[in-house]
Design a protein around this ligand. Structure first.
Ligand SMILES: NC(=O)c1ccc[n+]([C@@H]2O[C@H](COP(=O)([O-])OP(=O)(O)OC[C@H]3O[C@@H](n4cnc5c(N)ncnc54)[C@H](OP(=O)(O)O)[C@@H]3O)[C@@H](O)[C@H]2O)c1
Length: 284
């Protein structure tokens, strides 16, 4: 049985992995900041050497873009140096590292979906620190998979909760939703299915893993959430622009590597959303 170390286990993606990975198939070791602080090189190395996982999945990160902008050192400490610590420790015991990354490593200015062969060109501190983490992985490791995703929902507070909570609250009549950014909503379950494939199989490199079937802005996303939950008409959606200079931001990822290496792509985003809302009511 393979031993899998899930780093950042209580975050959105970490919790989704623990919920959806088959614990009969793998021995899961789950840690968070209070167990192992990834910015502490000695702690990471010691934990890696004692537990000797076959696969390390790094879901830890400093993930709030505004907090990254306000605390630049901390952003690079967690998203770059923390990842370096995991990468060198994993390499030293020949473990595989699966690093979860983001669409924010791109410049958000394209007019077509970004594939894995496009150059990173992040504009935010969050994106730059995540890109720096990716570079450490590619420079230090031989057995790695970088999985980039976007707009993950399904565990913990997320956009789907925000829309449905607003629709369920009789005191709330309207909700502002951003129309500037276009990306692909991806269910945590679909993302975990992709990550699961990388645990056992020797597919290495950088992979995009977002739901298929096109993209949307948050307004279109919210319309679809209300529709799938049968709550159309319960909430008025107000389109707003949120980026600093009102510049449109485009961060649609193309799952080119999954497609051209013959791996299964995630479900269509509208189907995955319907499945999630049918199974859970949409609020977890
Ligand atoms: N959610 C999305 O939509 C999305 C989309 C694309 C990519 N991603 C990527 O997926 C990864 C996980 O995202 P998420 O949404 O699950 O983030 P999250 O909910 O913010 O979880 C991040 C986890 O990392 C932990 N952490 C922070 N600093 C740490 C440290 N120094 N040592 C150990 N653990 C630390 C946090 O613990 P504390 O809470 O105690 O700080 C938290 O449990 C990130 O790398 C993110 O870039 C997420």
């Amino acid at each position: 049985m393979k031993t899998i170390w899930i780093v950042g286990a209580s975050g959105h993606v970490g919790s989704a992995l623990i919920k959806h990975l088959d614990c009969m198939q793998y021995e899961l070791i789950e840690t968070d900041k209070e167990d192992v602080d990834i910015t502490n090189e000695e702690q990471v190395t010691r934990y890696m050497n004692i537990n000797r996982p076959d696969v390390v999945i790094n879901c830890a990160g400093y993930t709030d873009p505004q907090a990254c902008k306000d605390n630049v050192d901390e952003a690079y400490k967690v998203n770059a140096v923390g990842v370096r610590n995991l990468a060198q420790a994993a390499q030293s015991i020949e473990a595989k590292l699966i690093q979860v990354s983001t669409d924010d490593v791109f410049d958000l200015a394209a007019d077509r979906p970004y594939n894995e062969f496009d150059d990173m060109n992040p504009t935010s501190v969050y994106g730059k620190s995540k890109a720096a983490g990716e570079r450490f992985v590619t420079q230090l490791m031989t057995r790695y998979v970088i999985v980039r995703s976007s707009w993950v929902y399904g565990i913990g507070k997320d956009f789907v909760d925000d829309v449905l909570n607003a629709a369920n609250d009789p005191a709330v009549k309207t909700l502002d939703v951003n129309i500037n950014r276009r990306a692909v909503p991806t269910s945590a379950k679909e993302l975990v299915n992709v990550i699961d494939e990388f645990i056992d199989d020797d597919h290495y490199g950088i992979y995009h893993a977002v739901c298929s079937g096109g993209s949307c802005n948050q307004y279109e996303y919210a319309v679809e959430i209300l529709k799938k939950a049968g709550k159309e008409g319960q909430l008025e959606l107000i389109p707003v622009t949120e980026s600093e200079d009102n510049r449109p931001e485009y961060s649609v990822l193309d799952n080119m590597m999954l497609r051209i290496t013959g791996l299964e792509e995630p479900l269509d985003w509208k189907e995955a959303l319907a499945e999630y809302i049918n199974e859970t009511g949409g609020i977890e």
